[in-house]
Each structure stands twice: as structure tokens, then as C-alpha cells.
Design a protein around this ligand. Structure first.
Ligand SMILES: Cc1cc2nc3c(=O)[nH]c(=O)nc-3n(C[C@H](O)[C@H](O)[C@H](O)COP(=O)(O)OP(=O)(O)OC[C@H]3O[C@@H](n4cnc5c(N)ncnc54)[C@H](O)[C@@H]3O)c2cc1C
Length: 435
């Protein structure tokens, strides 16, 4: 193997693969380092929805045949897997009241366009991996990057493969090793990053033989009588098989048993258990994350940190591919005497909602039902106010939960009259999310 590359990319997820593909298309010598043996195997839970929503992450995506098109960043990705359309979203309270969201007609998408399409992430990665190999990228699987540093000549990455430590050098490096990035930690870039909230653990089961009356919807479940220990989401995979996702906010990484207990209670004992009477679990994934604030200037010398590795929680798959595409171009520009990294940083700052404090506030609406002191009776009452309405359908995580609170707050005169104490709590949530 060559011992000196134009660019070393750490991480073979959607971000790293797009970075490698873009750099190789520009003629650079690229090394891609990935710790998994089978790179396309998805072990970390990801619901893999591809959002058809204008201006989310400053991008408007489209689908042409099986091509994923990024109209503003101006690139596309070939995809050969299945799609499953998500047309609606529902949230259920313990007493069975619900909120409902569906697509309204928009300028960029027609009326019947789904809110999102669920992708087969393994097929997406498999396709990208084939492309990068065809472009001559050197791919090292089963290889864990342990340490990265700037050197006089560029960068050095220490890689652990089959019991050996291999130092590999290059001119530039792109860190794309995902959330909880070991590379970011090894560079000391977590030191000034505030943790916003607590560690979250999650587990997902793919199920078959269920009887769920909403095949094209994402379902959210709220309240102790349904979720008992945490929070539950239920949505289909790319083949339409239901997936149940349990998650808990907890401090200790040892408590993976909590999301499992949350799911087990939901499918076996909650009022929704009849949907799962004959269910079989066919796959399990899981993971954890520490919600650190985004790195504002994600570059250090010859190293560019991209995507989830530098983000607040996640940029999602489409954001990951955008980061990879922009980073591959940035490295090419740097090596050709232009200010690629600074341009990348400007793009990073202006593209993602988490870099805009005003938009980031929308995220405060997500945990409000869990940590805001709302008991099951409160949740039933609040959901009953908007049961029967159809809210503007959005998967944008900075708008989605806030939209529900805004719909509830439209009934604030009724809440004030019926339940003055609850009214105060609702106003506290509204203060967290409004300007
Ligand atoms: C519960 C959950 C649900 C989600 N749902 C969606 C959704 O519906 N839609 C959506 O678009 N996104 C979703 N996401 C987010 C999405 O998974 C990520 O934003 C996306 O995968 C980020 O891509 P990435 O390439 O930056 O990182 P990753 O996909 O995490 O890839 C990082 C890669 O780096 C490798 N790696 C890590 N450390 C090392 C190392 N030291 N050396 C070498 N390799 C290493 C990993 O094995 C991995 O292959 C979800 C995430 C979670 C947790």
C-alpha cells in the first residue's frame, strides 16, 4: 500500500463515503478507513428516512427514478434499494388521544408526495462503496483509527488492524467517524463542547407478523402508561416491516436494559400490545449518544471534521452526504491553493439549523413531554384538544415537535379556563421554543 495519500477519510458511513467519492472523482489519492469488517452492515440504529422537505438543512431533495438528488448542493447519489413512503405522523397519548400530521401541498412537492421515504441504508452504503472502489479509493475495513495528528508534511493517522498498529500519513484528513467520535476526542475538540441534555440510549427491533393499522406512518407514543420507562417510536423499514424504537435519557452507558424494558413493556403489556400478539423479532440494533453542541469551526490544521462527528446530535443521512460532498471538494480546493476548509466552515455554519441559535430552540420542544413534568392525565388532556386536527406535515426535527406545542397553545384560553396550573406549564414550554 502507498504510504502517503492526498486524503485519509476516517469512517465509512454516508459522510465518509461521499467525501471519498468526491475526492476520488477529482483525481485525488484517497484512503478510506473503516472499523467494521462488513462496511455496509448497519449495527447502529438509524431509521434511514430521506426527507422530501424544501429547505430542510438548506437543501431541497428530490427523487428521480432511484437517484437521490440534492438540488442546492448540486450532486446526486445512485440508490438501488427499496423505498417505503411515509405519508403521515401520529402521536398517541395514554388514553388514546392523538395528534396527526400530513403533507400539505407545497411549491417544491406536489400534494401526493410523501413526507419522507424510508431507505435501505445497507443498500445505500453498498452502492456508494462500489462506486468508491471503482474510482480507485483504497478501502481498509476492520481498521480502527485510534489517533490522528497534524504533522509537518500533513497528517498522521494511527490505525489498529488485526492486532497491529499502522501509522499512515497523508496531506489532509477528513474525520467522519460519526457521533461520539473517537477522533474528535483524540484531538481534544470535545473539551469546550457543552453537553446539552443527558446521554441517550436506544434500541430498535425490526418485527414481523404485527397488526399495525398505520402502514405508512411514523407513530410516537407518550406517557408512562404506554412507555413506562422511556419513549417509543414505531415506523416501517424500507420493506414496510415495522420497527419499534425505545429510547431513554440516562447517565450511565451500562443501562441499555432500559430501552429494552421500554420496548418489552410497550409490545407486551401496554394498551397497544394487541398489535404485537404474534410478532417475531427479526433484527436488533442499538446505540447511544451524548448530545454535545456542534463544533463551530470543525477544522484543525490539515484535518476537517464533518457530519455527525462535529454536529449537535445528528445531521441525518442526507446532511451526512452533503457534508461528505462539500468536504471532498474542500480538500481538493485546499490542495490546489484555494481556501477550501474556510469555505467548508462557512457552508457548515449556514446550512445546519443547530448552528443557528434561533432555529436550535425548536429542539427544546422534543423532550418537553418527558421532562417537563406532564403526567399522563395532562398529556391526555392536551392531545384531546388537537385530536381531529391535521397539522402541517413536517419531519424537520427543528419544527416538528414545536408544531405540536404551537397547535396546543392555540387552545390556551381553554387550557387557562379548565386547568390553570397546566396552562402555566404549557407557557413554560412555549417560552423555551419561541423567540
Ligand atoms: C435512533 C436514530 C434514528 C435515526 N433516524 C434517522 C432517519 O430516519 N433519517 C436519517 O437521515 N438519519 C437518521 N439518523 C441519523 C443518521 O444515522 C446519522 O446522522 C448518519 O448516519 C450520519 O452519518 P455519518 O457518516 O456522519 O456517521 P455514521 O453513519 O455513524 O458513520 C460513521 C462510520 O465511522 C465508523 N467509525 C467509527 N469510529 C471509527 C474509527 N475510530 N475508525 C474507523 N471507523 C470508525 C463507523 O463504524 C461508521 O461506519 C438516526 C440516528 C439514530 C441514532
Amino acid at each position: 500500500m502507498e504510504s502517503f495519500f492526498d486524503v485519509i477519510v476516517v469512517g465509512g458511513g454516508p459522510a465518509g463515503l461521499l467525501a471519498a467519492r468526491t475526492a476520488a472523482e477529482k483525481g485525488l489519492e484517497v484512503l478510506l478507513v473503516e472499523r467494521k469488517k462488513k462496511i455496509s452492515k448497519v449495527k447502529r440504529t438509524c431509521c434511514a428516512s430521506f426527507y422530501l422537505e424544501s429547505n430542510y438543512m438548506s437543501e431541497t431533495t428530490q427523487i428521480e427514478g432511484k437517484k437521490l438528488i440534492f438540488t442546492k448542493n448540486d450532486f446526486s447519489v445512485n440508490y438501488s434499494g427499496s423505498f417505503w413512503p411515509i405519508k403521515e405522523k401520529y402521536g398517541f397519548s395514554p388514553g388514546g388521544y392523538k395528534w396527526h400530521m400530513a403533507r400539505f401541498e407545497s411549491e417544491d412537492y406536489g400534494k401526493d408526495t410523501p413526507l419522507s421515504l424510508v431507505l435501505d441504508k445497507e443498500a445505500l452504503i453498498e452502492g456508494l462503496l462500489k462506486e468508491v472502489k471503482n474510482l480507485g479509493v483504497k478501502v481498509m475495513n476492520a481498521s480502527k483509527a485510534k489517533k490522528i495528528e497534524n504533522t509537518e508534511k500533513g497528517v498522521k493517522v494511527e490505525i489498529h488492524k488485526e492486532g497491529q498498529y499502522l501509522p499512515i500519513e497523508g496531506k489532509k484528513a477528513i474525520i467522519a467517524d460519526g457521533v461520539n467520535s473517537h477522533m474528535i476526542e483524540s484531538l481534544g475538540l470535545n473539551k469546550n463542547r457543552k453537553v446539552k441534555g443527558s446521554r441517550c440510549m436506544f434500541v430498535e427491533y425490526v418485527l414481523e407478523d404485527c397488526d399495525i393499522p398505520y402502514p405508512n406512518a411514523v407513530l410516537n407514543f407518550t406517557g408512562g402508561a404506554i412507555c413506562k420507562f422511556g419513549h417509543i417510536l414505531l415506523w416501517p423499514n424500507a420493506e414496510g416491516l415495522p420497527r419499534v424504537l425505545g429510547f431513554n435519557s440516562i447517565e450511565s452507558s451500562k443501562h441499555i436494559k432500559y430501552p429494552i424494558a421500554t420496548i418489552d413493556y410497550f409490545i407486551n403489556e401496554s394498551s397497544f400490545a394487541s398489535w404485537f400478539k404474534h410478532a417475531k423479532i427479526i433484527e436488533k440494533t442499538g446505540g447511544s449518544l451524548v448530545p454535545r453542541e456542534a463544533i463551530a469551526e470543525p477544522c484543525l490544521g490539515n484535518i476537517l471534521a464533518i457530519s455527525d462527528a462535529a454536529a449537535f446530535i445528528e445531521v441525518e443521512n442526507q446532511g451526512a452526504m452533503m457534508c461528505g460532498f462539500q468536504a471532498g471538494n474542500a480538500v481538493f480546493d485546499e490542495l490546489n491553493g484555494s481556501d477550501g476548509f474556510n469555505n467548508y466552515v462557512d457552508w457548515w455554519k449556514s446550512s445546519f439549523e443547530f448552528n443557528n441559535p434561533k432555529l436550535l430552540k425548536g429542539m427544546n420542544a422534543i423532550p418537553a413531554f418527558n421532562v417537563g413534568g406532564f403526567n399522563d392525565e395532562d398529556i391526555d388532556y392536551l392531545f384531546s384538544l388537537i385530536d381531529g386536527e391535521t397539522l402541517y406535515g413536517t419531519c424537520n426535527q427543528y419544527k416538528s415537535a414545536a408544531a405540536i406545542w404551537i397547535a396546543i397553545d392555540n387552545h390556551s384560553e381553554t387550557i387557562k379556563r379548565d386547568k390553570p396550573n397546566l396552562f402555566k406549564k404549557v407557557k413554560k414550554v412555549m417560552a423555551l421554543i419561541s423567540d
